[in-house]
Each structure stands twice: as C-alpha cells, then as structure tokens.
Design a protein around this ligand. Structure first.
Ligand code: HT7
Ligand code: ZN
Length: 874
C-alpha cells in the first residue's frame, strides 16, 4: 500500500464550480449521473484533470459534450487522469453501483432497507468519479429518484426546491445547497422514516425548520436530541456569535454506522446511539453523549463546513476545535463550577485512558500527522481529544477574550475556504499580537511531554521556587523533540488548605492561580512573600496534555485531596493516592506477597464519600479507581491478571470497610419522581450506583442490587443494578440477564448494552464470548453490535482477553480477519487492541506478536488493517 505524505501536497489542477448529481436509487443497481463545471486552477502547474473512483461501473464519460474513449484518459488504481483538458470543462459522468452489496458503510449503502451515505473521508468516490479531496469546494444540486412506497422520504443537503411524481410508482426530490462544500460533506437519505419537527427562531429573527428523522417505532425517543439541537444553536449564537446559515437543519438516525455521527451540511447523519433516548432505554451517560454529539455535529457547521480542511492531514483543524467546542458546550449546559469541573475531569480521564497510550504506542502520531496509508485510521483520540487540548491551551494562554478574538479573525479570514492548522494558529497570534511560533510543535511533535517539577521553599526570604523541566519520549520517526510551549497553571495551598496570594517580582497576581509559560527545557519561577511553606497545586484544570512528575508525599496529596480549590487537582490527588497503592498491590500479587490496604487511604475515601458539601457527581469521580488500562500504562511490565486482582482487592476492601457508609449513601442519593438527566440527578444516581458496585465487589448486600433491578424506573438504575448482580456473581444474575433481554428484545441499543456487560464481566472468558456470538441477536455486520461484544471483550476485559493460554489473541485474529472482509474501518479499530504488546511479559509478548503476524500474513488484507498491524510489528 502507498503512503501519502503531507509534504507532497499540491493544489488541485481544476476547481469545481457546480456539481449536479442525479441518483436513480435501487438497492441492487443505482445509477449515478454527475455533471461538473470545472475551471483550471491558476494556483496549479498540473495540466490534467484528476478524479478518484472506487469500485464503480463506468457507463459514460463526456467532456464538453464529447464522449471520451479509453484512449482519452488513464486509470491507475483509484485515480483517473484526463490529460490536455481545456481551461473550462463540463464533465458528465454516469456510473452504476450496488448499495445493497456495500458492507463497508462507506459511500452509498443500505441499512434496514433504507439508503444512507457516509462520505467522510473518501466515500464520495464510491459513488462517482470526482476530485474527492477537501480543498475542492463546489455548489451542489441533487436530484433523487426512488420508489415512493419504499422510500417516501428523500433528503439531501441544503434546501428542498422541488418534488413530484414519476411514472412506475417512483417520485423525485430536488435539493440545492447554497453553500460551497467539499464532497465529504455530501449526503443523501432515501428511506421510510418519520420525523419530529419544530420551527425555531434564530437570534436574527429568522425562522428555521428543525427535524429529527427516525424509524417509525422510535418517535418517542427524539425529544432529547431535538432539545440538544436547539440548545446547540442558541449556544453557538451566544458564545461565539455564530448563526445557522440554512433554512432547515436535519438529523437522521441510522442503525448501521461506522462512527458516532456525521456533520453533512444541513443533513447530519447519526448513529442511533447518539439520537434515541427515553428514560426506559437510555442511561445518564447516553443522554450526555447525545447532547455532546448533537452539539459536536452542529458546531461543525462553522468549524469544518464553512471553514474546512485543506487536506486530511489538517483533520484536527476541524475535529480538535469542534471537540473543544462541544466540551465547552456540555460544561456550559451544566452551568455550575463544580459541574464544569466534573466534565473536565471526565475529559482528563479519557485522555489518559486512551490518548496517552496511543501517543506512547506504535500508532503514535502528531495532532497533524505527516503521513498515512489509510486516512480512516487517523480519526484518533490524538487528532480529536489531544487536538481539543491543543485548542484549549490557546484559550489558557490568550484568555477567553483573546481566544474569541482569534476565532473571529479566523472566520473573517477564511469563510468558505479550505485551510490549515497554521492558518488557525496565525489567526490566534495575529488577533492577539502574540508570537505563537513555538506553539506549532504541539501540531508537529508526537508523544506526551513529561513536565518534571522541583520546588524549594526559603523560610528566611519567604520565597517559593518552582523549577520545571520538560522532556518528551521518542516516538516512531521522531527520536528527538524540541521544547513545547506549555501553560502550567499553578496555585499554592497554605496549611489550612486555603489558597495563598501569589506575588511575582513584587507584584501581586490578581488571582490565586497563575499560568506559568514553560518554553525552555528547564525554567525556574519564583514566588515572593510566601509566608508559610505551601503545598503546590500544579497543572490546575489540567492546563496542558502532559504527564506531571512531582514527588508529592502522601500527606501533601491528602491535603490537596481535602482542600484544593481546583477540583481537577483535588480529584487528581485522590487518583495519585490510589495509583501508588494499586501499583504496590499489583507487585504484591505478582510476587505472591500479602495484600493490604492502609487505613489512611480508606479514611480519605470515607471522608470524600461523606462530604455533603461536595456534589454527588464529584464524589463519584473522586471515588472511582484508575482503570486496569491506566494501571497497565504505569506498570513497568504489564501483568494483566495481577492488575485485575489488585484492583478487585482494592474495590472489595473499600466495599467491606465502608459498607455502612456506602449503604447510607445509597439511601441518601435516591432520585424518586420523574426521571431527569440533569447533572444533579445524574450525579446522585452515579454516586449511588458506584456505592452499589463497591458493595458488589465485596459480594455484600446484593439484595440491594436485586431490589433496584426489579423496581427501577429508568435505565441508569436498571442497568447499574444488573451490572452489580453480574459482577457480584449473584445467584440472581442469570435470571436478571434473561429478564432484561426479554424486556428489551426490540431495542437494539439496549441489547448492545446486554452484550457489552457480559463481554466485560470478570468471569466472561473467550468461550463465553464465542457462545454469545451464536446468539440470534448477534450480527457482526452491525458495527454497534460488533463493538458491544467483540470490542468490549478485547478492549474492556483485559484479564480474560490476555489469558495466559493465548486464547484471547487467537479469537482476536479470527475476528479481525472476519471483520476485514466486511468492514475494514471497523476491523482496523479492533486491530488496535494489540497496540501495546511490547509492554507485556516476554511470553505474553510472543503470543501477541504471533497473533499480529498471523493477521499480517493474510494475503487479502485491507489497507486499513495492514497499516495497523504493520506499524504494530515495526
Ligand atoms: N467528522 C465525522 C467523521 C466520521 C467518519 C470518518 C470516517 C468514517 C466514518 C465516519 N463517520 C463520521 C464525525 C465527527 O467527527 O463529527
Ligand atoms: Zn467531528
């Protein structure tokens, strides 16, 4: 397979002004007609037209009215070249495709009898030959024709300009998108669907039509998505001055989808998981996911659609920025400082759980990658979540106002353009008169920087010095790194837990948190007038995506855990206390030592559990232990079974020692009455259900879980209770699983939960997973279902997946190969489960490597999977 390099970027030889598309829709044989008006691009030296095409039957190709023969163009793989074309071109193309055979869900495909498209990144070329690259932006008109009975709803981007009847029971709809867009934002839907719709008034007084389209039985699950859409529109107006630019905005839910959702202009297509919710079927986490993803896709309308990416290396330009925007949206929707803090803690957890390992593994890449084989492999936590952290750092460095000025300038300069991450950085720098040249390294250097802190208190001079030094581990292709521009937010705590005033160079800092700008390999920052020896609170609000190395004592951590005014660092102190113990316990398990958990830790946990001055949501995250993956990342050599046993030991010790308090909190955090997904109620449920889980870990009070399972009136409580019964190995677990299945047999998203819970249960081994694969409800072709069983086992049940006999890896090999034949994008994601194989014990490494080699040796591998396994083995 061919590697594509960022440095090889060339502007397109031809620009496309208008695109007229006609689709005669038929599952077996769809005819796609396209008419492109093109002009030679003065910015290009190339002389030929370049078009990309996938598996297409080419029926006709005409240039300025003349039919082209095979001698008039060359096809090389997926690239067609038409040499010696005139400056002005009208190109007419007719292709035939078979959507029902498209199992990749990339391009035009059929899901449950309906037609949908997915064009990002390069799916458009699976419908017709086209200069399918994001810097070719054109105006689209689309004519859809289909059987009226089977496909009564015909949707595409922009505005509906005409519809009517055709002979033979067919009908048509014509759509026009008034804005220039790249082909990856094209979409069509032809389906039997129903919608919830509403007219909504924008800030400028215009009325727009909002629609949420779903299958008929799901109309009772669209309220929250609609509400989230309205909140998103309002928030984008208020926070950024950005208005909806269309007269109608549609969301369509589909059950077969490779990712979460897609921001097609005016016609967002969503995985049902991020649309459908009512209290009976959706958990608090599902509700939060819907709000975030509806927001995310809507916000792309400006950050991604109006201003798009020049090439796919710039993906984080739209994704990092839009994740940052959806994070801020979710935080603002909660509204309280403590609620914001919990959302921030969740972001930090995701980053550490998924992005740090990626950055330290074989697929490590910069936020703006330099090369790729398959772009679909680069829709990663690095591009998305680390990218969002990079955007957040601009705001930390420039302040909220300065950041807003940068955003305004960005839109002013680049509306309806395809641009780069450098253009974004230039807008931020220019709007604020700042030099952000060094900040570029966040885009170009991979790896998680380590910031080492050393401190010195001088009791005579009353000064406190913080020396920060930075380093960054080598990553593939980048042995040496240059210093980053790192904002390190710090505060100092006095003995009573109060924030001390900060004075630098004789001047009082206006706030008790100060952002230090670390730009060199090593720098010392000095605070004066520090009257007592402080405990430093470093990297407040997780001000940069780095690992902080500071030799905190347990006493200092407990002080921060009890008092830090920065909630993220308060939580962080608890995580550090837990992690040091988990690592010690893991070692003790590996070496056959005795397992003990000190009272100091238990008492710290008890204190936070009982601290009524804290929101339940904060108490929940403060009591959550670092995951097995996180412990593995911090272990010198990974021993998955020891890690699991150590963590289980700690969970059951907490369950036993805090039993009475846990029961009291379960009682104190009931949420009777009508269900609401708001942060306070969700926080209470979260805390209550964590208490239930700790008791279950100690095999205690399972009757509480049983009762909650039987009585619950919402899915959060029902599913949490079921999880506790299964994890607590209750004698009622099987009955509950059966009841749950029967109650929700018709609800695909709930059945996904049913599979996922079993796949990640401590007792589920590979034989059980194979058994579940035989269940009539299992279907490997449906990505949600495949994720719920296969991914949950391979990524979410390490002690069983990494079984010493290698059975998990043999299973993984089989499933990656089976999936690859159907859906390479999904297969490649599963393939990444073995990324960190080099960190395991030698015998385990051998088994993992041989599984990777087996996949790699398969003759018929997609580029997607080939890239992942090749990099893992390199
Ligand atoms: N921008 C969207 C990306 C996406 C996607 C990418 C590859 C294959 C399938 C896909 N579905 C959606 C999603 C987003 O970030 O909003
Ligand atoms: Zn996105």
């Amino acid at each position: 397979p061919q590697t594509i390099y960022r440095k090889d970027y060339l502007p397109p030889a031809y620009l496309v002004e208008t695109v007229e598309l006609g689709f005669d829709l038929d599952p077996a044989r769809t005819i796609v007609a396209s008419r492109l008006t093109m002009t030679r691009n003065p910015a290009s030296k190339q002389k030929h037209i370049e078009l990309y095409g996938g598996e297409l039957e080419l029926v006709a190709l005409r240039l300025n009215g003349r039919a082209l023969t095979r001698r008039d163009y060359e096809i090389n793989g997926h690239l067609m070249r038409i040499p010696n074309a005139p400056d002005e071109v009208v190109l007419e193309i007719e292709t035939i495709i078979s959507p029902e055979k498209n199992t990749t869900l990339n391009g035009l495909y059929v899901s449950n009898g309906n037609f949908f498209t997915q064009c990002e990144a390069e799916g458009f070329r699976n419908m017709t030959w086209f200069p399918d690259r994001p810097d070719v932006m054109a105006r689209y008109t689309v004519m859809l024709r289909a059987d009226k009975q089977k496909y009564p709803v015909l949707l595409s981007n922009g505005n509906l300009v005409e519809e009517g009847e055709l002979p033979d029971g067919r009908h048509y709809a014509k759509w026009e998108d008034p804005f220039k867009k790249p082909s990856y934002l094209f979409a069509l839907v032809a389906a039997r669907l129903v919608c919830q719709e509403e007219t909504f008034r924008l800030a400028d007084g215009r009325d727009v039509l909002l629609q949420v389209w779903v299958e008929e039985g799901n109309l009772d699950k669209t309220d929250y998505a609609m509400q989230s859409l309205k909140n998103s529109i309002r928030w984008d107006e208020e926070r950024w001055g950005l208005e909806l630019d269309l007269d109608r905005f549609m969301i369509v839910a589909v059950g077969d989808f490779n990712m979460g959702a897609m921001e097609n202009k005016g016609l967002n297509i969503f995985n049902t998981k991020f649309v459908l919710a009512n209290p009976r079927v959706a958990t608090d986490i599902d509700y939060a996911g819907i709000e975030a993803v509806v927001g995310h896709e809507y916000f792309h309308n400006w950050t991604g659609n109006r201003v798009t990416c020049r090439d796919w290396f710039q993906l984080s330009l739209k994704e990092g920025l839009t994740v940052f925007r959806d994070q801020e949206f979710s935080a603002d929707m909660i509204g309280t400082d403590s609620g914001r803090a919990v959302t921030r803690i969740d972001q930090v957890r995701t980053l550490r759980q998924a992005q740090f390992p990626e950055d330290a593994g074989p697929m490590s890449h910069p936020v703006r990658p330099d090369s790729f084989v398959e772009i679909n492999n680069f829709y990663t936590v690095t591009v998305y979540e680390k990218g969002a952290e990079v955007v957040r750092m601009y705001q930390t460095l420039l302040g909220r106002e300065g950041f807003r000025k940068g955003m305004d300038l960005y839109f002013q300069r680049h509306d309806e353009q395809a641009v780069t991450c450098d253009d974004f950085r230039a807008a931020m720098a220019d709007a604020n008169g700042r030099d952000l040249a060094q900040f570029e390294r966040w885009y170009s250097q991979a790896g998680t920087p380590v910031v080492k802190a050393e401190t010195r208190y001088d009791p005579v001079k009353k000064s406190f010095e913080i020396t920060l030094s930075q380093s960054c581990p080598a990553t593939p292709g980048q042995p040496k790194k240059q210093p980053f521009h790192i904002p390190v937010a710090v505060g100092l705590l006095g003995a009573k837990g109060n924030d001390l005033p900060l004075t630098v160079n004789g001047k009082t800092v206006g706030s008790t948190t100060m952002v230090l700008e670390l730009t060199k390999a090593r720098q010392t920052f000095k605070f004066d007038g520090v009257l007592e020896e402080p405990v430093p609170s470093l990297l407040r609000d997780f001000s940069a995506p780095v690992v902080l190395d500071y030799a905190y004592t347990d006493d200092q951590l407990i002080h921060l855990f009890n008092h830090d005014s920065d909630a993220v660092n308060r939580w962080e102190a608890g995580q550090r206390l837990a992690m040091s113990r988990l690592l010690r316990l893991t070692k003790a398990v590996s070496e056959g030592g005795t397992l003990v958990l000190d009272e100091t830790f238990i008492e710290a946990m008890r204190k936070v559990l009982l601290d009524e001055s804290l929101d339940a949501a904060f108490r929940e995250v403060a009591l959550l232990l670092p995951s097995e993956t996180l412990i593995a990342e911090q272990s010198e050599v990974v021993d998955p079974q020891a890690i699991h046993m150590a963590r289980q030991f700690m969970r059951s010790a907490i369950g036993r020692k805090l039993q009475k308090d846990l029961i009291a909190q379960i009682n104190a955090n009931q949420t009777p009455g009508e269900y609401s997904p708001d942060a306070i109620a969700a926080g209470k449920r979260g805390l209550k259900n964590l208490c239930l889980a700790y008791l279950a870990a100690a095999f205690l009070n399972l009757d509480l879980a049983e009762r909650q399972f039987d009585k619950a009136t919402n899915m959060t409580d029902r599913f949490s209770a079921l999880t506790s019964l299964v994890h607590g190995e209750s004698s009622e677990a099987e009955r509950a699983l059966d009841t749950f299945y029967k109650d929700f047999e018709g609800e695909a998203l709930v059945i996904d939960k049913w599979f996922a819970l079993q796949a990640s249960a401590p007792r589920t081994d590979v034989h059980k997973v194979r058994e579940l694969m035989q269940h009539k409800a299992f279907n490997i072709r449906n990505p949600n279902r495949a994720r719920s069983l296969l991914f949950s086992f391979c990524n979410g049940n390490p002690a069983q997946f990494d079984a010493p006999d290698g059975s998990g890896y043999a299973f993984w090999t089989e499933q990656v190969l089976a999936l690859d034949k159907l859906n390479p994008q999904v297969a490649a994601r599963l393939a990444r489960a073995l990324d960190r194989w080099r960190r395991y014990m030698p015998e385990q490494q051998d088994r993992m490597r041989s599984a990777l080699e087996q996949v790699s040796a398969s003759g018929k591998l997609s580029n997607d999977v080939r890239e992942v396994v090749t990099k893992a083995l390199a």
